[in-house]
Design a protein. Structure first.
Length: 118
């Protein structure tokens, strides 16, 4: 099992920045990739971006490309989501996830709220 704990959410004005963290513990050697998802009220959960744990290759949704950056610190078993130029439509609960392969997301964090005011 892998446990994921997010932190860093909060309230920010449009145009501002936030950095989310996701600390992994447990069987972290089994992690192939980690990702960020978000869910706004009344909407389905959507993919934000992901990172291959071993080689650091990143992928992003078009809606955040150029504004959000995912990075990781292998020594700390932590992945980060740096969010810049935030928009009110970025308001959502942000979830961290980990997958043991490229086809599934096996572990999820509890989520952290990000609210962007206009």
């Amino acid at each position: 099992q892998v446990q994921l704990v997010e932190s860093g959410g909060g309230l920010v004005q449009a145009g501002g920045s936030l950095r989310l963290s996701c600390a992994a513990s447990g069987r972290t050697f089994s992690i192939y990739r980690m990702g960020w998802f978000r869910q706004a009220p009344g909407k389905e959960r959507e993919f934000v971006g992901s990172i291959r744990w071993s080689i650091g290759v990143t992928y992003y949704a078009d809606s955040v490309k150029g504004r959000f950056t995912i990075s990781r610190d292998n020594a700390k078993n932590t992945v980060y989501l740096q969010m810049n130029s935030l928009k009110p439509e970025d308001t959502a609960v942000y979830y961290c996830a980990a997958g043991r392969d490229g086809g599934s997301w096996d572990y999820w964090g509890q989520g952290t709220q990000v609210t962007v005011s206009s």
